[in-house]
Ligand binder design. Sequence first.
Ligand SMILES: C[S@@+](CC[C@H](N)C(=O)[O-])C[C@H]1O[C@@H](n2cnc3c(N)ncnc32)[C@H](O)[C@@H]1O
Length: 461
Amino acid sequence: MRLPSAFLTKREQQLGEDFPLFLQSYEQPRASGLRANRLKITPEALHTLVPFLREPVPWCKDGFYFNEGDTRPAKHPYYYAGLYYIQEPSAMLPADLLQAERRQHVLDLCAAPGGKSVQLAAQLGREGLLVVNDPHPQRAKVLLKNMERYGVVNAVVLNETPERLLQAFSGYFDKILVDAPCSGEGMFRKEPEMAKEWSEESVAKYASWQAEILSTVPKLLRADGEVVYSTCTFSEEENERQVEGFLSANPDFELLDMRRLWPHEVRGEGHFAAKMKRISGTHSFASEKRRRQPARHSLSLSNSAHEAIAQFSEQVWQDAKRWQEWLPSGGYIVERAGHILWEWEDLPVLRGLKVLRSGWLLGMVEKGRFRPSPAFALGLPLEAVQAAKQRFELSTKTEEERYLAIRYLRGETIQQEGKVWPKGWHLVSLEGYPLGWAKGAGHWLKNEFPPGWRWEDRDER
Ligand SMILES: C[S@@+](CC[C@H](N)C(=O)[O-])C[C@H]1O[C@@H](n2cnc3c(N)ncnc32)[C@H](O)[C@@H]1O
């Protein structure tokens, strides 16, 4: 691979006698990894279920290596059920360093496509609020899709600049991840095109953007809150210098931890992460920004919406009220223009912000009928799958079964000899994990797996 000479000179100055080892790392195959999605499955259970996992990633308890040559993990029905996220191993470091805790307010400021957001969501569990943001409109859409695919129910997805978040979230967050846009020097082995675009000017340009993004953090973070700043680049200007600049501009913060992963020292492409904590000050969320909320667990639904969901719940679970059991605690149901959502109770007023999603989209009420969203299925806990009476269970145990699962994921209508499906909604699951919806129509099962989410390789069997 041809690397820019100014880039090599900089690394030589930075690494000294380790520089030849660094250079040699470009001749090694790159490391590939995936991470168990704890919202669905433990790493131990995933390891038993999936044959292609290799050793654990040392700095991430949910991560594993896999060999690119053996398999394509993105072409497995388990991937569609959100059981794992394919992630470059060193990219697993920053969220593990931040460690979100139950009931916290967490912000992923530069979040798309959402690898670290899913990781933070799993740490948070179904309690607390995860705000994920990306200012790039198309990337924010991918971020939303990933939140839904991975069963994250307590995320707010925004498409904003950091500065504009202040109007709603000043002093609101316990933890913030700033996985900043960077010159991507750690991506050259994976995407050699990036090496061609690299220049000293681009490093300087990113460094100035990073400082600007970081400058909003103190205003968004509460007293004694923590921030992790990370990049997938090597330059000191984008890493240590940013941390130094941040700490000198904000003397109420201290450095808790700072780590670098180098590709010649670990199996990974390289990453930088620094954790800082606010040690003094009284910065706090202005309570007047809280919304006037209905009581906890309350259902502020119109009668017609209530009836429509009850009818749907009776079809799937044979009980009109059963659907409410699957909602996390600490939130409430809202209805907006026919959209039914579960939202976290502590959400501030979002007026004026570009909101792609403000919680768990359960579905829509159209002409008096409830249409469940794909996100509703994928966010359901496993008990909800077990309890479903109208359920279409798929498997990957035999070739035939695996092929049927792929046919569902491709969006095909399902017909099976001698099989009759009662009318109404059926929850589709894969070995007990929720996957989507289908509609019974006698000898047919109409596929409701959404077009943008489908298995695309037509030749795959
Ligand atoms: C390194 S990527 C984030 C990767 C992501 N954290 C993940 O793990 O999947 C950086 C992101 O920052 C976004 N970005 C660019 N300018 C930004 C800004 N001024 N403020 C916040 N995010 C920005 C980019 O659109 C990009 O999606």
